[in-house]
Design a protein around this ligand. Structure first.
Ligand code: RP5
Length: 170
């Protein structure tokens, strides 16, 4: 198994139901990643050690998901200059998801977190791959193929719709 290039971390195991979509995309593209739980509030020392050592361990990008008072992505970004992609999660301690969203999005100047949509772990995985694609030709090629698939799917859909008419399609 090759060395992980992407880190997928989350504040709690309860976030895995969302975060697994990032893992699934990276697996589909054959990109090596590690996945674990790092809690900003419950294991702060682990979070500091994890974020501070991420670059020297060979990681290139960190995908961090959390819900509620979602401090993990921002705090991890404060301990590393690797790109951090934040995934706001609507979790059991969220009011409506906006709490997670704003906790991750509204970072002060100097400490950016690239924030995806609420529960947008798949896009976080794609964005992580795109960041790697800037320096790995084989990953860029796979992403290009993925985009072609997306286009073809929509083409199939409008062709069918236009051919059969909207009343025949669910
Ligand atoms: C956050 O609190 C976690 O990221 C999770 O989304 C939320 C709830 O955690 P559990 O109480 O389910 O462990 O820190």
């Amino acid at each position: 198994m090759s060395k992980p290039l992407v880190s997928i971390i989350m504040g709690s195991q309860s976030d895995l139901k969302i975060m697994r979509e990032a893992a699934e995309f990276l697996e589909e593209l054959g990109i090596a990643f590690e996945l674990t739980v790092v809690s900003a509030h419950r294991t702060p020392e682990r979070m500091v050690a994890y974020a501070s050592s991420a670059r020297s361990r060979g990681l290139k990008v960190i995908v961090a998901g959390a819900g509620g008072a979602a401090h993990l992505p921002g705090m991890v970004a404060s301990f590393t200059s690797l790109p951090v992609i934040g995934v706001p999660i609507k979790s059991s301690n969220s009011i409506d998801g906006w709490d997670s969203m704003l906790s991750i999005l509204q970072m002060p100047a100097g400490v950016p977190v690239a924030t995806v949509a609420l529960n947008g772990a798949k896009n976080a995985g794609i964005l992580a791959a795109q960041i790697l694609g800037t320096s790995h030709k084989s990953i860029a090629k796979k992403l290009d193929r993925y985009k072609v698939q997306l286009r073809k799917k929509v083409e199939e859909s409008f062709n069918l719709l236009e051919k059969k008419g909207w009343k025949e399609i669910q």
